[in-house]
Design a protein around this ligand. Sequence first.
Ligand SMILES: NC(=O)c1ccc[n+]([C@@H]2O[C@H](COP(=O)([O-])OP(=O)(O)OC[C@H]3O[C@@H](n4cnc5c(N)ncnc54)[C@H](OP(=O)(O)O)[C@@H]3O)[C@@H](O)[C@H]2O)c1
Length: 293
Amino acid sequence: MSNFIPVSTFPFAGHTVRRMGYGAMQLAGPGVFGPPKDRDACIAVLREAVASGVNHIDTSDFYGPHVTNQIIREALHPYPDGLVIVTKVGAVRGSDGSWLPAFEPEDIERGVHDNLRNLGLDGLDVVNMRIMGDVHAPSEGSIEKQVTALAELQQRGLVRHIGLSNATSAQVAEAQRIVEIVCVQNHYNLVHRADDALVDELASKGIAYVPFFPLGGFTPIQSSALSSVAQRMGATPMQVALAWLLHRSPNILLIPGTSSLEHLRENMKAAQCVLTDAVLAELDAIGRSNGEQ
Ligand SMILES: NC(=O)c1ccc[n+]([C@@H]2O[C@H](COP(=O)([O-])OP(=O)(O)OC[C@H]3O[C@@H](n4cnc5c(N)ncnc54)[C@H](OP(=O)(O)O)[C@@H]3O)[C@@H](O)[C@H]2O)c1
């Protein structure tokens, strides 16, 4: 990696998106279930994100369920030109908040219609097929039936572009034999580097890699080495963690999640953090010593 100011945009789903996007999952209630404590605050976060230049928002109708999409609609509809909303199908929520696979073609069609209805759209910009073989990490297994079902919905005009989430390299290759894949959304961050090879593989193909849990998810990353770098730079650890992702590869698009205006503002500024080669080496060592690769 070299000492460069990361390019700020990437060609994605027929648009040019800023690499600093926004993930809407934190806008639902605790456990991504039910309504948030402060709906007005959620609306303010979404509106400020877009006013600050975010033109890539990640969501799903299974956040809430329905709640997050309904808040996005209330905050932003009619949507500004150039805003790319990425959603996902492949799961539903149990009455106890559990995450259940919904992986049959009829489930996928229902999921697309749920997203269309709650977002107030006639067509979805990008739909990720969320693979649920192992909920917590990619695991091998054919996804031909599911991707074919999404490709048929694309032919009907309900879906414009298709991506994958929680996918292996072999699943990306299998899906690409059926339809164009524009993005892969997997678990990846400064300390969770299992997808290093996949990030590079997708970069070579011009496919966006969109890390979920870019800040570590429900338990944000804690690392004394990260805190030390941040302190020296006059930045916060979360800003440095996001800046590291922006430097890691030009095809990485960020969707940090927050329900807080203060955190949103902090995260947006991460795009301005320039990391030197020495700092990048120090940060890379955190992932290597973590043993998760
Ligand atoms: N495809 C999938 O399976 C999948 C899975 C998980 C997530 N996602 C997507 O990925 C997006 C990002 O993931 P995520 O939201 O779960 O995790 P994340 O972005 O790694 O971290 C979110 C957590 O960090 C906190 N946070 C955010 N900014 C902060 C800051 N500047 N300082 C301190 N804490 C901060 C948030 O709390 P506050 O609200 O208090 O800021 C929240 O607890 C989601 O919104 C969702 O769209 C996809």
